[in-house]
Write a protein that binds this ligand. Structure first.
Ligand code: CP
Length: 299
């Protein structure tokens, strides 16, 4: 297999991934979701390394579950208890694991551009588990999968993405992928959390909650310069999915959130498990999606 073929199995983002490729991943995830057996042998004898240089619960564990369900041997690297603490670089860390014979690397990073650079130097397929505010492709894939399960088709779907768009890799990956399928994406954000470089219409919260999909974003305090969020209560009043606003969404609409959630800030506590909420099903769908993505990397 050539280096180019190996690279094509990497998943760095959805911006440059074709609609057909995305559809194939969604279809394969549906296959895995419906399969009666929990554990398979398609990755038997293969090693997957989950390399997280930023914190994670859902993405890290659902990749691990996905890899184990495919029969892989799994290595979990956490920067907090590694030689990164002694000053080792991201490249040297990934190169070290590659030297030990891993077959695929799943990577979450804070700095933007590092993953694209790594992909030019590392020979094994790499999967982006979230890089800065650039892309989070597997989150968007599970989001599309959740919407497709609900509505059958993404074409013409109105999707409102509400909140801290500026810091959101989830918003970007969803935007890139949803537009390939003919969905209409709108943003709703405070002025200081907008992403003006993205060509997307901004609408009011009253308009945003009329969509078929009301996707709330976490206010990413850890990425803010000081002063962006003056008051959690004021944010909730102006941009939160309060119980009053949730009562106004259409009866066919769904509520989504990539999580983790700031309960009582971007979404009221009692709305998280509202009958129209798909927040926990999103997490459930993350496993078959990541099975499909990891399998693709090794096929
Ligand atoms: N949605 C998401 O990426 O969650 P984690 O940060 O817990 O992985």
């Amino acid at each position: 297999m050539t280096l180019t073929q190996l690279k094509q199995r990497s998943l760095l983002g959805l911006k440059d991934l074709g609609k057909d490729e995305i559809e194939a991943i969604l279809d394969r995830a549906a296959y895995w979701e419906q399969h009666p057996n929990k554990v398979h042998s398609v990755m038997q004898g293969k090693f997957a390394a989950n390399m997280f240089f930023e914190n994670s619960t859902r993405t890290r564990f659902s990749f691990e579950v996905a890899e184990k369900r495919l029969g892989a041997e799994v290595l979990n690297f956490s920067a907090a208890v590694s030689s990164v603490q002694k000053g080792e670089s991201i490249y040297d860390t990934v190169r070290t694991l590659e030297s030990m014979g891993i077959d695929v690397g799943i990577i979450r990073l804070k700095p933007i551009g590092v993953l694209a650079d790594l992909a030019t130097k590392i020979k094994v397929p790499l999967i982006n588990a979230g890089d800065g505010n650039n892309e989070h492709p597997t989150q968007a894939l599970l989001d599309l999968y959740t919407m497709r399960k609900q509505f059958g088709s993404l074409n013409g779907l109105n999707v409102s993405i509400i909140g801290d768009v500026q810091h959101s890799r989830v918003a970007r990956s969803n935007l890139y992928a949803l537009r390939k399928f003919g969905a209409n994406v709108s943003f709703c954000s405070p002025d200081n959390m907008k992403a003006p470089e993205l060509d997307v219409p901004y609408i009011s919260i009253e308009e945003a909650i009329k969509a078929d999909v009301v996707m709330m974003l976490r206010v990413q305090l850890e990425r803010h310069e000081s002063g962006k969020l003056n008051s959690a209560e004021s944010y909730r009043e102006q941009f939160g999915l309060t119980a009053e606003r949730a009562a106004q969404i259409a009866s066919h609409a769904i509520i989504m959130h990539p999580a983790p959630i700031n309960r009582g800030v971007e979404i009221d506590d009692e709305i998280v498990e509202h009958p129209q909420s798909r927040i926990f099903p999103q997490m459930e769908n993350g496993v078959p999606i990541r099975m499909a993505v990891v399998e693709r990397a090794l096929s």
